[in-house]
Every structure is written in structure tokens, then in C-alpha cells.
Design a protein around this ligand. Sequence first.
Ligand SMILES: [Zn+2]
Ligand SMILES: [Zn+2]
Length: 116
Amino acid sequence: MAYDWIIAHDSRHEKPYRMECLRCGETMDVKTPVSIKDYAKIADAFTEKHKNCKETIDTDWAFFPTCPYCGYEDEDYSGFDNDGDTVECECPNCEKEYMATMHLDVNFSSEKKDEK
Ligand SMILES: [Zn+2]
Ligand SMILES: [Zn+2]
């Protein structure tokens, strides 16, 4: 596989066919039995989602609000007006929500929103 942080466990693993991204830590269990064809499709989708995962995501003092999940920098920060504004952002890349705070001069930091 082209991305060495994206692991597809084979059928001998205790969680057969589990997909794992070593960078963001997300795992996905594939329901078995699964056909090779379906599994390839699932693996492709998982790879597509995680191929841009960065090793460590630096969300502080970024030029743009930065998604703490996937590292995507959102250049559209129209929801911010004043220094210290904290705005709920939805990442256009991975569709997760996070909170970002604007520091006027102009930097952003963001943190993961509490997951239920
Ligand atoms: Zn990932
Ligand atoms: Zn994201």
C-alpha cells in the first residue's frame, strides 16, 4: 500500500480486516464475511479519507483555523469578527466539528470539540 501509516489488517489479525490509520488513530472494523471486492472498496475509501492525515497536527497559531482531526486548514474563516472569538467550525475535509479561536494579529488555535 502506498501510505505506510494506513494499515489494513489481514484475516489472521484478531480483528480481521480492520483498517487503521496510525496517524490519527482511527480504526474501522469491517463486517465479516466480506467479499474481496467489497473490502477493496472499503479500503480505498478509508485510504482516501486518511491519506492526507498529518503525523502531528499543529493547531496553534496557524494562519487559518486548522482541523485538529485531519489537519485541514480552512481558509474561509468568515465567522470570526473580533479578537478572541471562538467559533464552531465544520471541517470541509473530514466533516468533523471543532472549536477555533481567533487571535488578532492574526492567528488561530483550535481544539477538538467534546464528542458525545
Ligand atoms: Zn487518519
Ligand atoms: Zn478535518
